[in-house]
Design a protein around this ligand. Structure first.
Ligand code: GA4
Length: 330
């Protein structure tokens, strides 16, 4: 990330500090090894659309290997990082998010998760040592995807719907349109101090996919929006995973599960590094409420669409837009 000699405040979105240093104690924590996990998962998806997973089974060695590769990448000279950009939407991006003018105090690498495109991406972004970087990314994605599918299967069981892979099969499909993102939020105490406010690292939004699995280092910044619209700060935990419901899962459950609005403040005195797997359906998949879940006489809240149509519409939107709004039945 280019360090600005004179902080130019007006270029970056800020938010009035709502005491972000106070952490919200109410984030559901779900132990995947316990028998009540499925019930608690369903409850968390309904109430928050967000929860923390412990005893997740993802080897911590995969996590730390990828974290150190990511730090190596983000520490490269700016000109070298730019070889991997601008994002199309995949590749290296710096401060610009998406194609429609959103900005944030963040730099990132965005990958399509198909193994061939991961390899090509690693070749262009990490010329020094593409193999090591590439195997760290692949191992991490494989382990996290397995955990995501396990969570989705527990959710199907908790909702008492069959087959138990109704959700997870979307991610397991060889054409699954999943995305992987590495984010780096450099600390920026000067800008913070100058404005007396919080710099936005990644502005408020919901994720369009089915489910998102986030892991970050021990730096704070993540906030979620509660049902009453208030923002609360999520206490960081580098040994756990945070999971959020995406728009597609909200639709498949006909609004029972909540696609949670979230954002990241770049307010930590430390660099924040996060890695997020966005589990998405195949492009031609029809996204609609599951018949097995609908009560008698219940109608879909949404117009019919395919994942490809939803994605096209998402890429025309601004980050904070209510993307599902375009697909709600009038
Ligand atoms: C939000 C979730 C994921 O990070 C992402 C983002 C994507 C991008 O950064 O290219 C989008 C955003 C995200 C939703 C609206 C569009 C597309 C930026 C943007 C303004 C990779 C995704 O799939 O959708």
């Amino acid at each position: 990330m280019v360090v600005l000699s004179k902080p130019c405040l007006d270029q970056f979105p800020l938010v009035k500090a709502c005491r972000p240093s106070i952490f919200f104690p109410g984030i559901p924590v779900i132990d995947l090894s316990k028998p009540d996990a499925k019930t608690l998962l369903v409850k968390a998806c309904q109430e928050f659309g967000f929860f923390k997973i412990i005893n997740h089974g993802v080897p911590m060695d995969f996590v730390s290997r990828l974290e150190s590769e990511a730090i190596k990448f983000f520490s490269l000279p700016q000109s070298e990082k730019e070889n991997g950009g601008p994002p199309d939407p995949f590749g290296y991006g710096n401060r610009r998010i998406g194609p429609n003018g959103d900005v944030g105090w963040v730099e990132y690498l965005l990958f399509n998760t198909n193994p061939e495109s991961i390899f090509q991406r690693c070749l262009t972004v990490f010329r020094e040592n593409p193999e090591i970087f590439c195997s760290a990314v692949n191992d991490y994605i494989a382990a996290v995807k397995k955990m995501a599918c396990h969570v989705l299967e527990l959710l199907a069981e908790g909702l008492m719907i069959q087959p138990r892979n109704v959700f997870s099969k979307l991610l397991m499909d060889e054409n699954s349109d999943s995305v992987f993102r590495l984010n780096h939020y450099p600390p920026c105490p000067e800008l913070q101090e100058l404005s007396g406010q919080n710099l936005i690292g990644f502005g408020e939004h919901t994720d369009p996919q089915v489910i998102s699995i986030l892991r970050s280092n021990n730096a704070s910044g993540l906030q979620i929006s509660l049902r009453d619209g208030s923002w609360v700060s999520v206490p960081p935990d580098q040994t756990s995973f945070f999971i959020n419901v995406g728009d597609s899962l909200q639709v498949m459950t006909n609004g029972r599960f909540r696609s949670v609005k979230h954002r990241v403040l770049a307010n930590s005195p430390k660099s924040r590094v996060s890695m997020i797997f966005f589990g998405g359906p195949p492009l031609n998949e029809r996204i609609a409420p599951l018949a097995s879940l609908m009560k008698e006489g219940e109608e879909s809240l949404y117009e019919e669409f395919t994942w490809s149509e939803y994605k096209q519409s998402a890429y025309k939107s601004r980050l904070a837009d209510n993307r599902l709004g375009n697909f709600m039945k009038k």
